[in-house]
Design a protein around this ligand. Structure first.
Ligand code: VTB
Length: 345
């Protein structure tokens, strides 16, 4: 895969984050999302690639841009022959979430980001718009904790792997009625819980880095974002497992259809024969090469949010590559008008 792609996708997430950040705290989550989608798509279409959206804003009928199946990149254009040699270009699959945590942006809260993952064709699991039970943990616990074990057991294992008491562990859980028992169990086991209102991608990835004081993500979030988290964790060597959730009784609120049987039939139609299968990060992001990029919209555990100043903006992004085995934090000043001065600190 093009090594320059890693640099270009930084700009893709930066542009989405800047657009969305202009709507921070305005109470309009749909606009915060829409402008991020537009900015992401516009920048993506300037990249010399043949890309296809596998995880995006929804089905073509509901989403005008970055819908599942949309082709993106200069080399997908009708007149592309003049500058792209189709034989030389590998086809790329892309999973996007231009505004992960729309509510966080709308209410000016921490933890939102523009995010995407890329792999060669077929390298990312095209997760349906279902829920996913997730378990993320640091590299030291990879393959040792297990989504099939209880939270109590996993916390004990995690403590051993990280050489600390369970009391010294912090678990991120989304604040939802469906997690009532899980939260109780984690607390009774002795660990501490950080409840978040939205944005479990940031929480999952934070487990991959020491020093974030986040040691695990447990609970049920959206499945497509699970694939994006898995892509990052696969590159970082962290632990990530996901299991699709199709029973509305388990989720209690939200997106999926109301009948368990109907949901099971939908999964079967999509070619998912074992609906209870537990996927690992390298099954969700199975491509030979995987790239991940995120840019903070509001401040988060890993990245600063977008900061505007006279004539420009400053962003912080993270790009992770399986090929170069790097996790790069990129601090960028975007000069939009001739600034009076550029502040470095
Ligand atoms: C959101 C969002 C998460 O999952 O909660 C969503 O904040 C689905 O959960 O970051 P609800 O329907 O209960 O809100 C994520 O988008 C990603 O997993």
């Amino acid at each position: 895969m093009e090594s320059t792609l890693g640099l270009e996708i930084i700009e893709v997430v930066e542009q989405a984050a800047i657009a969305s950040a202009k709507w921070m705290g305005k109470g309009e989550k749909n606009t915060a999302d829409q402008v991020a989608v537009e900015a992401m798509r516009e920048r993506m279409n300037k990249i010399h690639m043949r890309g296809r959206i596998v995880i995006g804003e929804g089905e073509r009928d509901d989403a005008p841009m970055l819908y599942i199946g949309e082709e993106v990149g200069i080399c997908t254009r009708e007149d592309a022959k003049a500058y792209c040699n189709p034989e030389e270009l590998i086809e790329i699959d892309i999973a996007v979430d231009p505004c992960e945590g729309t509510n966080l942006v709308a209410y000016g809260q921490n933890g939102s980001m523009a995010v995407l993952a890329i792999s060669e064709k077929g390298g990312l699991f095209a997760a349906p718009d279902f829920y996913m039970k997730k378990l993320a943990a640091p590299p030291a616990a990879k393959g040792k904790v297990d989504i099939n074990k209880s939270a109590t057991e996993n916390l004990k294992i995690l403590g051993e792997c990280l050489e600390r008491n369970v009391e010294e562990l912090v678990v991120v859980v989304m604040d939802r009625p469906r997690h009532k028992e899980l939260i109780q169990e984690i607390r009774s086991a002795g660990a501490r819980v950080r409840l978040i209102s939205d944005g479990d991608v940031s929480a999952a990835i934070s487990c991959g880095f020491a020093g974030t004081n986040i040691h695990a993500l447990m609970g049920i979030g959206a499945a497509p974002e699970g694939v994006i988290s898995a892509a990052a964790m696969r590159c970082l060597g962290g632990h990530f497992q996901g299991q699709l959730i199709y029973d509305p009784e388990v989720v209690k609120t939200g997106l999926i259809g109301e009948s368990r049987e109907g949901n099971l039939a939908r999964l079967k139609e999509m070619g998912i024969d074992d609906p209870d299968r537990v996927y690992t990060d390298s099954e969700l992001a199975s491509g030979e090469t995987v790239l991940f990029a995120a840019c903070g919209i509001t401040p988060g555990t890993l990245m600063e949010g977008v900061r505007f100043f006279y004539g420009g903006a400053r962003t912080q992004s993270l790009v992770i590559s399986s090929q170069s085995q790097t996790a790069r934090f990129v601090d960028t000043i975007h000069i939009q008008e001739q600034p009076k001065y550029i502040e470095l600190k």
